[in-house]
Ligand binder design. Sequence first.
Ligand code: 5GP
Length: 213
Amino acid sequence: MSNEVPPESGRGILFIMSAPSGTGKTTLVERLVSDIPGLHRSRSYTSRPQRAGERDGVDYNFVSRERFDAMVRDEVFLEWADVFGNCYGTSAADTEAVLARGDDVVLVIDVQGARQVRRRGIDSVDIFVLPPSAPTLAQRLRDRSEDSEEAIARRLETAYREVSEFAQYDYVVVNDELEAAVGRLRAIVTAARARVRGMRRTAEAIVQTFVRG
Ligand code: 5GP
């Protein structure tokens, strides 16, 4: 458990985290949300087939391509993207429900999705997670042994396009060592929560204690 203070009542903060596949973002974000009260991970909808060990309604909401397309038409998504031939999207209503009750939410989405959120002018704190280097990323993908060499080469090409977008984000975290990277992410959440925008009510109440009756 951490010393993090949950945000005061009012709207929560929207965090966006992007990283090329194999960077370890799933582990990072799981650590972050279990360490920090009042911070939740958004559950995306996807048309990609469920992998062994994944749970529907926990890791993702798995839906058919037809259902996904219908959700796009019905404007269910805050953002959505086609990644490696499969569709992924964030429910606008689910995200709004968390923010409206004053909790914070982190969207783990690709660079196209992050761009859409920015284009909509939605206030968010954007974090890009980088691997230490391309060879390290290639090694991690090989160790995972989920992909063929051809698939790994394709992922590295995509990763190169993604990492080139780091400057569009507010923060960069290099995932060189898990504990260190989690520590940096926690510092970002702490800093975002300390902004005047979120602390105004608390600060004004303290200021009032200085005023003589
Ligand atoms: P995977 O299939 O390996 O779980 O995810 C592939 C990619 O899709 C990752 O880069 C992940 O961040 C991204 N992704 C997952 N959910 C969403 C989403 O709701 N929207 C967007 N734009 N990307 C997503």
